[in-house]
Design a protein around this ligand. Structure first.
Ligand code: ADP
Length: 458
């Protein structure tokens, strides 16, 4: 069996710290099953040339981490990755900024990754690169003579070419992707956006069979591999944690009121201000919900070096304060806004305890919280999921109550529908969604991708 060599910007904390982010959660679950190497940035910067990777082995995974040049970090990570590519991929051009120095740092960091990886690579390694921070990595590795199969998985959406063209060096991005053997996306929409982009820019020579294409002189496989979750792992953790002290106390504190829960990184793509407005609409339009429902939003800060993330934090604090100030009673505060992270186990227990999962991103590649909410439920008395049509997960979880997150009134109606959904309907919807989650679980995701990579003949 070939060794799996996974690469992403950050690696999960090998000693089991708090991890927030779909990539880390998904890839860790996949690597635990297969074993292998996980290479990435360790979170530190330095002024001189970064030294050799630090390698820590835990179970069947070797975590190899490097430092970054201090001078490049900001432009690579906060700049090109999270102020240029992230808003572009999420169709949120109001947040898009570009500077040439961002793009230069992005290329330098990718070249550094390639240089530091080379001594660790073995001949039969299968290399699997993750996400938008590392698009040019295959090109750098090929330049250094690496001929192993190299796959790329994009965890975020891939924008339509008319949006992608906003990026001055978008052609470099498209070309760099054609240096991979297999390019995986979350949905067929993303596959279409990418292949249409190649065609419109004159980089697509032929459509072959079974997801294969000839592009920029190479044969590539382009397919959708919707990322899944470790369904039984979530069920076990949620069932155990629901009776933990923290979760039990939370449930007691509800005094029988309905419990609506949102769990997201604090990111403008997650639609949190719109979600708060929808909850306010609910209280305004359906007075019977007042003092009957509690909305808890967990949103730990991320990417605090990017201005837009500081702004959204302030905006949400104000919105929660405003709604609570207006509607709270001496014995009831409508919104509990928790601006910090929790252990995965507590999160899964809270998801199980919730009556309604509110997952309303303005755009999301997949959204694992939606899947975790479904898996965490008690099948005998499951909660209802309210899910954005603009999340990749809505394609598989079509038995959720689907909303357009920009439509606050529509989302308020959906919450009301979820709050009043009869037990039989909740059970049916849950059974159908859990069957889908089992079919497309994390094991299927990893196996299908790696098989495609082994078959690519790269
Ligand atoms: P994204 O990758 O954009 O953050 P996803 O919903 O796909 O969005 O993935 C988020 C992952 O991070 C989920 O597995 C979720 O359980 C986890 N997560 C989110 N918030 C926290 C937190 N506060 N503590 C620990 N894990 C978290």
């Amino acid at each position: 069996m070939s060794r799996l060599f996974a690469v992403s910007n950050r690696v999960a904390d090998p000693v089991g710290g708090k991890t927030a982010g779909g990539l880390a959660i998904g890839l860790l679950a996949a690597l635990k099953q297969h074993g292998g190497v996980w290479f990435g940035w360790g979170g530190k910067t330095r002024q001189g040339d970064p030294s050799d990777p630090t390698i820590v082995r835990r179970g069947n995974i070797s975590y190899a981490t490097i430092d970054l040049f201090e001078a490049d970090y900001d432009d690579y990570y906060n700049g090109y990755s999270n102020t240029s590519l992230w808003p572009l991929c999420h169709y949120m051009l109001g947040f898009f900024r570009y500077e040439r120095r961002f793009s230069e740092a992005y290329r330098r960091v990718n070249a550094l990754f390639a240089r530091k990886m080379l001594p660790l690579l073995e001949d039969d390694d299968v290399i699997w690169v993750h996400d938008y921070h590392l698009i040019p990595l295959a090109a750098e590795l090929r330049r250094a003579g690496v001929s192993n199969p190299i796959g790329f998985f994009m965890h975020v959406p891939f924008p339509n070419i008319d949006v992608l063209r906003t990026l001055p060096d978008h052609l470099d991005i498209l070309r760099a992707l054609t240096r991979y053997d297999v390019i995986g996306f979350q949905t067929h929409n993303d596959v279409r956006s990418f292949t249409e982009g190649l065609a419109r820019e004159g980089l697509l020579q032929a459509r072959l069979d079974d997801g294969r294409f000839r592009a920029d002189g190479r044969e590539i496989t382009v397919k959708a591999f919707p990322i899944g979750i470790d369904v039984d792992g979530v069920i076990r953790m949620a069932s155990r944690s629901v009776s933990s002290a923290t979760v039990s106390r939370t449930v007691e504190g509800l005094h029988g009121r309905g419990f609506i829960l949102g769990v997201d990184r604090l990111d403008y793509s997650k639609g949190l201000p719109e979600r708060f407005r929808a909850f306010e609409q609910l209280l305004a339009r359906y007075p019977e919900t007042r003092n009957r429902l509690i909305f808890m939003q967990i949103a730990p800060p991320t990417r605090t070096g990017v201005r837009a993330y500081q702004d959204i934090r302030r905006e949400l604090e104000q919105a929660a304060g405003h709604i609570n100030g207006h509607y709270a009673e001496p014995d009831w505060v409508p919104i509990r806004y928790l601006n910090r992270g929790f252990s995965r186990s507590i999160l899964m227990g809270l998801l199980r305890a919730a009556n309604i999962g509110l997952v309303t991103p303005l755009r999301d590649g997949m959204n694992l919280v939606a899947k975790e909410f479904v898996a965490a439920q008690d099948p005998e008395n499951p909660g209802a999921l309210v899910l954005s049509t603009l999340a990749g997960a809505a394609i598989e979880l079509d038995e959720a109550v689907i909303v357009n997150p920009y439509d606050s009134e529509g989302t308020a109606e959906a919450i009301q529908q979820a709050a009043n959904m009869p037990l039989g309907e909740r059970r049916e919807r849950h059974a159908s969604m859990i069957a889908t989650l089992r079919r497309n679980d994390i094991d299927a995701w990893r196996t299908q991708f790696v098989d495609a990579l082994l078959q690519s003949g790269g």
